[in-house]
Design a protein around this ligand. Structure first.
Ligand code: NAD
Length: 217
């Protein structure tokens, strides 16, 4: 598979190169400019929201698929991504860890059982993370489908911890996901890219990738 990488010089850019070692990197884009040595079948973007316009231009130019992991993108930018999905396969997720997708599915299925409990969330990330709350907190909140005050900590080198707390007068119940290494996101992006390279145009969640393209909600 030939792939392109936006945010090629970043931390995730480095992890993606390692995880995609058996594939051919033929296009890169970062603030320093672009390199192009072929036509990518899939563009992988882990950068900043300000790069999204250039990423979508490149996806159009190469008629390729897109795996989008960048967080902090606005609802208007998400509309542009969905527009691109009319002609390209797009897999978008704020978290490419398989465990977070399971977390989301558990909250969607069992969250209603906690309807009369208080619910709050905490998320901890490394001190260089730009957006808060994290994209993952937003997707978990959406899966829970109710108001859930969210507390963001930015410290050290933490790749990403998310905890949902439920409490009533006598009990506290918590669910936690912890990413031990950034490489887990790159391995998920690899799975998404291999899926997208063979998929019909459309907008796919990582959950659909893990469940072989079946729409689950
Ligand atoms: P980083 O700051 O190390 O890397 C970002 C890279 O993007 C840098 O090399 C920077 O120069 C480049 N960049 C910035 N603006 C650009 C522009 N306009 N055009 C081209 N390149 C530009 O950050 P990181 O830790 O690698 O994370 C990158 C993104 O991935 C963030 O949005 C982060 O939240 C997200 N992320 C997503 C997941 C996921 O699973 N979806 C997991 C981890 C990180």
């Amino acid at each position: 598979m030939r792939y392109g990488l936006v945010g090629a010089s970043g931390r995730m850019g480095g992890e993606i190169r390692k995880a995609f070692a058996s594939h051919e990197l033929c296009y890169t884009l970062d603030i320093g400019g672009e390199t192009c040595e072929g036509t990518p079948e899939v563009m992988v973007d882990f950068s900043l929201p300000s790069a999204l316009g250039a990423t979508l231009d490149a996806v159009r130019r190469f008629s390729c698929a897109l795996v989008l992991g960048t967080t902090g993108i606005t609802p208007e930018q998400m509309d542009e991504v969905r527009y691109a999905a009319r002609t390209s396969a797009v897999v978008q997720s704020f978290n490419f860890a398989a465990g977070v997708t399971l977390f989301k599915m558990i909250l969607r299925e069992f969250g209603p059982l906690f309807a009369d409990w208080d619910a709050e969330m905490s998320e901890t990330h490394h001190s260089r993370k730009k957006d808060a709350p994290s994209g993952t907190a937003i997707l978990l909140r959406e899966a829970l489908g109710r108001d859930c005050p969210t507390h963001s900590l930015r410290m050290g080198g933490v790749p990403g911890d998310h905890t949902v707390f439920f409490a009533n007068e006598g009990e506290v119940f918590t669910l936690t996901h912890r990413a031990i290494s950034r490489s887990v996101f790159a391995l998920g992006a690899l799975r998404a890219a291999e899926f997208a390279a063979g998929a019909k145009p459309g907008f796919y969640s990582f959950e659909e990738v893990l469940t072989c393209g079946r729409k689950t909600s």
